[in-house]
Design a protein around this ligand. Structure first.
Ligand code: HEC
Length: 326
């Protein structure tokens, strides 16, 4: 009946919260140097342990094999924070070698996550929790040919409800009633209520980002989204069986599965997608043989795998090209 005193003390030491209103530490000058020094030897370009890359903003956002590494605004729900906060010698502590991070480093990372885990240098004002819907991470490019005709705009009450639960819905520029939906700020795990809201946007949804808190069960909502062109599932907990649902999205052109546990069996499902143009398989459990088979089935498909990771230019990790930097 003896409590592990050391662990308890460490937990208390680590629970100091960021005072409200305090500016979050700057990613480029305060956080990235810690990742560079202590993490990227295993979570970088050469080794991608647990499917997690901490050397690029895209990698940090995508998370690893078990999903999100950081939940913006919620250090207590962020796996990365939990792992670095374990007491020295704990079997799951990160980094596993070379001793724990210092207390100051841990507090900095926590404060950064609490402040929204912003990965751009000067963007510290953005606080996802109360900000207006942010544009979809990877812009929908040249989707014009494949886009459905303009739809009736979604009722403003529906859009307000989406915003309230943390579903970012943004209208596609130059169209009416077509939307990009981002579920990044939904709670873990999200529920039928949120799923219902996405479903009610129906044929207006052309682009959907379900990273990172999504499981196979959530994918049932896809059957209500006949116009979906772009689906991002990076770093989610989806498996091959979830892809059976995805395989019914006949208009889907782009699919991002990076950092999931998808295997070659899932690729057989992907091969059924008639409109698919590109798929990202970086950090998945697929094999070169499986990918070769997929390429044979869909010769025009652009497939991004670990083998395609450009040396020395992690910014191009994003399949659709570089994101605009602010
Ligand atoms: C010596 C190699 C090594 C270093 C250095 C390292 N890690 Fe890891 N990391 C691993 C391995 C191996 C795993 C997988 C552990 C498992 O699945 O049991 C992992 C898993 C993780 C995960 C869980 C990812 C997931 O989705 O399951 C996170 C988060 C993480 N590491 C964060 C960090 C951070 C932050 C640092 C630096 C402070 C770091 N790691 C440094 C080897 C390393």
């Amino acid at each position: 009946m003896r409590l592990p005193l050391l662990a308890t003390a460490a937990a208390i030491a680590c629970s100091a919260a960021l005072g409200a209103g305090e500016a979050a530490p700057d990613f480029a000058t305060k956080i990235k140097p810690i990742f560079d020094e202590r993490c990227i030897s295993c979570h970088g370009e050469k080794k991608v342990k647990a499917g997690l890359r901490l050397d690029t903003p895209a990698g940090i956002t995508a998370g690893g094999k078990s999903g999100a590494a950081v939940v913006a605004g919620k250090p207590e729900a962020s796996k990365l924070v939990t792992l670095i906060s374990h007491p020295a010698g704990h079997e799951d502590i990160m980094p596993p070698k070379g001793g724990p991070l210092t207390k100051e480093q841990i507090e900095l990372i926590k404060a950064w996550v609490a402040g929204g885990a912003v990965t751009a240098g000067g963007d510290a004002k953005a606080k996802p929790a109360e900000s207006k819907p942010q544009p979809f991470m990877i812009p929908v490019r040249e989707p014009r040919a494949a886009l459905p005709a303009d739809q009736t705009a979604a009722p403003s009450t529906l859009l307000e409800r989406c915003a309230k639960v943390g579903l970012a819905v943004s209208a596609l520029p130059g169209s009416t009633g077509l939307y990009e939906v981002n579920a990044r700020h939904l709670p873990t795990p999200w529920s039928a209520a949120e799923s219902d809201l996405v479903g009610r946007l129906g044929s207006g949804v052309v682009s959907l980002d379900l990273s990172p808190n999504t499981t196979d069960a959530h994918l049932a909502v896809l059957t209500k989204l006949p116009a979906l062109v772009h689906l991002r599932l990076a770093g989610t907990a989806i498996t091959d069986s979830g892809l059976e649902t995805v395989a019914k999205s006949t208009r889907l052109e782009r699919l991002d599965l990076r950092g999931t546990v998808v295997t070659d069996a899932g690729l057989d499902q992907i091969a059924k997608l008639p409109a698919l143009q590109s798929v990202v398989l970086i950090g998945t459990k697929t094999t070169a043989d499986g990918v070769a088979k997929l390429r044979a089935a869909l010769p025009k498909l652009v497939v991004k795998t670990d083998a395609d990771l450009p040396a020395g230019d992690p910014a191009t990790l994003s399949p659709e090209g570089k994101r605009p930097r602010k």
